[in-house]
Structure formats: C-alpha cells, structure tokens
Ligand binder design. Structure first.
Ligand code: BG6
Length: 484
C-alpha cells in the first residue's frame, strides 16, 4: 500500500539543545526520515543551537551519526543523507546568556515558518523564551515547542504558562506529549469516531472496565537524578497515561480540530474523581541477581519514589459512571508493552448454557511494540464436539495490513514536528489541560509525601507488586498478561 506524502511548506527550525540526546535520538533522525519520504522541501532549514562551539560541518557530522544510529529508514541512501545534511547549519548560543543572538536573527528568513524547539532543561524554558522575544527573533507567527516536564506541580505549571504568555500566545505554544504522536493513539480516535460500530457500546452500560498499561523493561539508570524527583506519577501518569485516558473517555468532538479536541479532553480530566489511597499501589524495584535495584540506579541509600504505579480511576460523568479505568505503568517489568484494553461486559444471557466457554469482547489497542489492534470475539470451536465456545482475536497488525509502511510506523516525533510546521495543535496539550492534569495528580503526590510510606518492593522482570494484582482481583477482574 502506497501512502501519500504531502510536502510541508518551507520552514526554519531552530533546535536549542541541538547536540543533546533528544536531538540525536529523535529530532534529527525523524526530520531526516520525513525528508527521505519527500515531505521536507529543499528550502527548509534546520539550525542546531547549543552552547558548544561547533562548525556547521561538525554539526552535520553529528547529525550524520545520529541518522546512522537512529533513523528507522533511509539511512543507507547516502546521497539523500548528503542532501539533507546540506540543509543543516549551526549557531553557538547560550540559551540563558549571551551569544550570537543577532547572528541567529539575521540567519532566519522573513515570511518563512519559524519554529524554535526547546530541547533543553525546564529551567531554561523561560530565559530562552524571554531572549527570543527580546532580540526580536520570534515574531507573531513563530512557534515554540516545549518538552515535558511542563512544571512539577500545579503552581509551577501555572507560573510557566503565565510567564510564557507574556511572550507568546497560546496558538504559538506547542507542548509536546510524544504519546499523542504515536500512530496507534491517533488510530484510537479514527476507530472511535470513524466507525458506527463502537460508539453505541462505548459507555458504562456495555464496558465493564478499561485497562491502560505502559510497561517498560528498562530501569531508571542514567536518569536517576531526574527520575527520583519525579517518580512514575509525574513522569508518566500526569502526561502520557492521562492523555490516553482522555482519548478513550472523551465525548466525540464536533470536528477534528485543535480546540474542539482539547475542550473534550479537558472535560474528562475535570471529571476525574480524587483517588482514594485504597485504589493506589506504588512500587519500587528491588535488587535481584543480575539486576541493580532502584536505589543503586538512583545512587541513594533510601528513597520513597515510586518506579511503578497502579491505580483505579473513576470518571464521574453520565457516560462512564460505574466503569473503572485501571492504569499501570512501571520500569523494569517483564515486557516492554503499551496497550489499552476496553473490556466489554458479558452478554446479558447465555443461550448456550453456563459452561460452554467464551464471554465478553475485548478491544485491544497496541501502542507498542507490534502496533495494531485486535478484537476478541466469541466463536464456536471448530469440530463436531458440540457447541463449545472460544474467544479468538480478530487481529489487525499494522505490519501485516500496511506492509513496509506498517512495519516502519513513523516515530511520534516525526509526526509532531510536521504538525508544528503545519501549525496544527490538535496533538499538543493546551495550557489549561496541563494545569488540570496537575490539579488532579498533586493531591496524590502530596498525600504520599505527608505519609512518608515506602512503596512496595517488586522484583525486576515481573509484573510489579502483588498488591497491583489485588487491586483488580478484589473486584473479580485481572490485568491482561504482560507480553511483547
Ligand atoms: C518519557 C519518560 O516521557 O517516556 C520515560 O520520561 C519513559 O521515563 C518514556 O521511558 C517512554 O516513552 P516510549 O515512547 O518509549 O514509550
């Protein structure tokens, strides 16, 4: 199947933190892949900026290595790589201090889309925004792109929103949550709102419960200092899992347009009940043979930070009252897998009797790996042995359905960067959304720090603390298997 690629208009993209890890792993390889696919015009320019002193040529070599290591397609196409590299240049600038701001201003073209990617630490967001404004580099049509974490609680997020608003309007600010750029996450909206099939069943009358799982096999090693101050709730729940929950739970927006979609997501966050302590399980991985424990990973003797969390959430509105949403996410688990499972209720009456097998349907949306969806349905087991029922998946893996393009599903960053250039904010978080998400998570975090309780220990390579299983089993439910 051939996918259509519509080129974007020419742009100047300045990446602050242009020699950092995100630029190396995601931004530069992602841009290259879009170029290779024919989406980036020859007049577009990518300008790396950082404190390091570097020539254009050294920056291009850095980008060449990044493409070699991380581009998911096209890296062997040397002449294309060369053409792409020619569109790259570099300025040395200290985002919090002096440097060649005038040089940067004069390097940018008039009447061209300008985007500034803040791939820098959160403490640099404000000084950078202020300098772009003061030096007349970012005009009314420029866009700024801000990574998470956007604040570390409600107050800091509010402050950041307020300060950025002095220099930029909301339609210029692109707050990235890379989960919104994942192929399957958008497919979730396509499935819900592009089909008549699901919507009538998408409510508490027919859905027993929903599970959202983002499990990782990696630990926090290498990012220990950051992670230990955040924990799973700040690092994953307040943003990524919350966004997934919103897309599952929201009402149909009237149009697939930025504010229409974001208004509906915001309503979901505001409808979330506070979570009682009995509906929360926190875990921290311990040391076992072959694996360092969390404490060694963060280099501390003691820490109360959670590397795992499971929670039961109630959405208090007409559609969802009575259908729990179970969320779990953690590091050092047995599989790297992210999925959403919509578990439907059993049919009201079984005409086949009680012991024939089968039962309710489950729609599973797999974010990664093996992006795709499957719908578990009950059918008759083949053979002459009578009416025995089994559940089988109607499986749609993107790799099978879309061939090569399915296997190489675009990285979230590729899609989001192209949306920034197009000026489409649908997949970016609005300021009020981020604040509402903090308003909901703050009390959870505050309660824990007041109680000072240790998270449950769990062994690396498993499914998290036992208490996480009990959270569901006490209600006669269970988590889906963690498999890749
Ligand atoms: C990041 C978190 O936002 O998302 C990391 O800070 C996490 O801790 C990562 O590992 C997961 O992203 P992905 O795309 O690999 O699921």
């Amino acid at each position: 199947m051939v996918s259509r690629v519509i080129p974007v208009e020419p742009f100047d993209l300045v990446i602050f933190g242009g020699t950092g890890d995100l630029a190396r792993r995601k931004i530069l390889p992602g841009l290259y892949r879009r170029f290779w696919k024919g989406q980036i015009p020859a007049e577009a320019r990518v300008i790396g900026a950082s404190r390091k002193s570097m020539t254009n040529q050294t920056f291009r070599e850095f980008a060449r290595a990044a493409i070699g290591d991380f581009a998911i397609q096209g890296r062997e196409d040397e002449s294309r790589v060369e053409s792409f590299l020619r569109q790259l240049s570099y300025v040395s600038i200290d985002a919090t201090g002096g440097g060649d701001w005038d040089g940067l201003r004069s390097a940018l073209r008039e009447n061209t889309v300008r985007a500034f990617y803040f791939s820098v630490g959160p403490d640099v967001y404000v000084p950078l925004a202020e300098r772009l404004h003061r030096h007349g580099i970012a005009g009314r049509d420029s866009r700024i792109v801000i990574e998470k974490p956007f604040g570390h609680d409600l107050d800091s997020a509010r402050d950041l929103n307020r300060t950025l608003a002095q220099f930029f309007s909301e339609r210029q600010i692109y707050r990235i949550d890379h989960y919104l750029g994942k192929e399957t996450v958008q497919n979730l909206m396509a499935v819900r709102f592009g089909n008549i099939l699901f919507e009538p069943l998408w409510n508490a009358r027919f859905v027993d419960h929903i599970q959202i799982t983002v499990a990782e096999t990696v630990g926090v090693g290498g990012r220990g200092a950051y992670y230990d101050k955040s924990g799973a709730v700040r690092d994953m729940v307040q943003n990524h899992l919350m966004q997934l929950l919103c897309l599952i739970a929201m009402e149909p927006p009237s149009r697939f347009e930025p504010d229409a979609v974001r208004d509906e997501k915001l309503k979901v966050i505001r409808a979330l009940d506070p979570v009682p302590e009995s509906d929360l399980v926190r875990g921290q991985y311990v040391r076992t043979e072959g694996f360092q424990g969390y404490l060694s990973d963060v280099g501390k003797d003691a820490s109360l930070t959670e590397s795992f969390i499971a929670m039961k959430i109630q959405v208090s509105n007409w559609r969802w009252k009575g259908t729990p949403f179970y969320l779990r996410t953690g590091k050092r688990l047995k599989a790297r897998t992210s999925e959403i499972a919509v578990v439907f209720k059993d049919p009201p009456h079984s005409i086949f009797g009680e012991y024939t097998g089968g039962s309710g349907n489950v729609l599973v949306i797999r974010l990664q790996p093996n992006e795709g969806m499957n719908m578990w349905v009950t059918i008759k087991e083949p053979g002459p042995g009578g009416m025995r029922l089994i559940k089988v998946p109607l499986d749609m893996s993107f790799a099978q359905a879309f061939g090569d393009d399915g296997v190489h599903v675009a990285d979230a960053y590729e899609r989001l960067i192209m949306d920034i250039i197009r000026g489409n904010q649908t997949l970016f978080m609005r300021g009020d959304e981020v604040e509402a998400a903090w308003a909901w998570t703050d009390p959870i975090i505050e309660r824990w720090s007041l109680r000072g309780e240790k998270p449950h220990g769990y062994k690396p390579g498993g499914t998290g603390p036992d208490a996480a299983s009990t959270l569901l089993s006490r209600e006669g439910r269970r988590w889906r298997e963690l498999t890749e």
